[in-house]
Ligand binder design. Sequence first.
Ligand SMILES: [Zn+2]
Length: 209
Amino acid sequence: MDGTQILTLGLGLEAPWILKDQHLDTSVSPHRLDLYVEAERGSLYPCPECGKACPAHDFADKTWRHLNFFQHHCYLHARVPRTKCPVHGVKRIEVPWARPGSDFTLLFEQAAMSLVKEMPVLAVSRQLEISDKRLWRIVHHYVGRMLGELDLSNVATVGVDETASRRGQRYVTVFLGGGSGSVIQRGVLLRGVARAKTHGQSGAGDHPR
Ligand SMILES: [Zn+2]
């Protein structure tokens, strides 16, 4: 098994996607590994609306930050097609390794969210070597999605409190669902922090405890 096969397995790439090229740049700090993913020529892609296999209309070059390769930053590059469906017209497809609009792979986001559960966002951003602003964007996306999936139909009362997250004028607004289960309480609490951040009441490193 050669290096390309190992990396392909590691990335979990499936047809039509293949690892076309790789380049480790040790002249920059931190060192970075760039992986170039392509679909095999003439591939058909599922229309995002109906799933019908369609030819590519055109391509756009996209880059995502991926999990580190050992201690080196890793970036995934791909030419992402737009399909030309006879019914739905020209549509950009979703790639299996990242959600639409994100500059990070799903695995990177998963790792980031696991860390965010354990430590403040600012500390995680330093650990991952991304800005806390970009990390907050990931956090807001997943918290928003989780809220969308929450069943709040049994929440009859909501408690609101504000607490200092640390010494000084840094506050976290906390929303608690009265009489609800712990999952709902945690979801509402997270939303409280997100809202507090939106209104500028919470520092970049604040996180619910
Ligand atoms: Zn279609």
